[in-house]
Write a protein that binds this ligand. Structure first.
Ligand SMILES: [Zn+2]
Ligand SMILES: [Zn+2]
Ligand SMILES: [Zn+2]
Length: 280
């Protein structure tokens, strides 16, 4: 399984669109891994997680083709993860030319995503080249050779935000943002399931925040609980992901990619960056 990050920032990106803070100014100067588009990822070449306003550029930059994507699974309806207007360009032949027998782009998500899709496109999704399926939490479903399980987290109540357990060919990925430390029911569901790749929300960076979003201390807490619950193997890869400039600008200095990478190494974490590929 190949996980490619096409964006790794929180809603306002890094540098944030209109921000003049020290972290954003440094990111503009430094470029490279300090520049972060809105979050999203592609599994192998055909499964996409979230569709942000930067999904188009993010896939282009990472060498991924939106034409290869068969399914998109949505975590929640915040605009940095769910940009339905962009999906409107799947309508053929108005905006794209595709083989006549090309399957519809399959979309999966919670009730808020369903509302957003239908609110944007109406009931005739096929006309737009799309198909939507509501997926309830804690219930695995199959899409294009993947077994995908949405798990509920607390992020933007009353919306039932999801993280996803994604399995293919015996490899398991847990993709977990946006979320605080997981609720008990989700830890319970994962108990004993061996994970190969764990990608955790780290929006708050140095902050000890545990609710709604995590900082790095909460990432360590989740890792510890997963270890206690028998979910971690010797070679499980842990990744901190989905960063805000506000969490990386500390009272003592800037948590740049280089700083974070050095700091996180001893805790067994790597820092996501746009274009990072993790293979298992
Ligand atoms: Zn977000
Ligand atoms: Zn800033
Ligand atoms: Zn969010």
């Amino acid at each position: 399984m190949k996980l490619t990050y096409i964006g790794t920032a929180a809603a306002e990106a890094i540098p944030a669109l209109f921000c003049e803070c020290s972290f954003c100014e440094n990111a503009r100067r430094a470029g490279g891994r300090e520049l972060r588009k809105r979050s999203g990822a592609v599994v192998n070449d055909d499964l996409m997680i979230d569709f942000s306003p930067d999904a188009y550029l993010g896939t282009l930059a990472a060498g991924k083709k939106l034409t290869d994507i068969k399914s998109v699974i949505f975590t929640h309806s915040h605009s940095d993860h769910f940009c339905p207007a962009e999906l409107g360009y799947r309508r053929a032949p108005a905006f794209c030319i595709v083989p006549e027998d090309k399957p519809l782009l399959q979309l999966y998500g919670n009730r808020n995503i369903e509302e957003g899709i239908k609110g944007t496109f109406g009931e005739d999704l096929a006309f737009h080249g799309l198909r939507f399926t509501f997926v309830p939490p804690y219930t695995p479903f199959e899409t294009e050779g993947y077994t995908v399980t949405p798990l509920s987290v607390v992020h933007c109540l009353p919306e039932d935000a999801y993280i996803y357990l994604i399995e293919k060919d015996g490899v398991r990925l847990l993709y977990a943002n946006d979320t605080g430390v997981f609720p008990e029911k989700t830890f319970e569901y994962l108990k004993g399931i061996k994970l190969d790749i764990v990608s955790l929300d780290c929006t708050m960076g140095f902050s000890k925040n545990e609710v709604g979003h995590m900082g790095f201390p909460a990432n360590l807490k989740v890792k510890r609980i997963l270890e206690e619950n028998g979910c971690v193997k010797d070679d499980t890869v842990f990744i901190s992901h989905h960063f805000s400039h506000n969490g990386l600008r500390t009272p003592d200095g800037l948590w740049t990619y280089e700083y974070f990478t050095e700091m996180a190494r001893e805790h067994g974490f790597i820092m996501s960056y746009d274009g990072l590929v993790v293979e298992k």
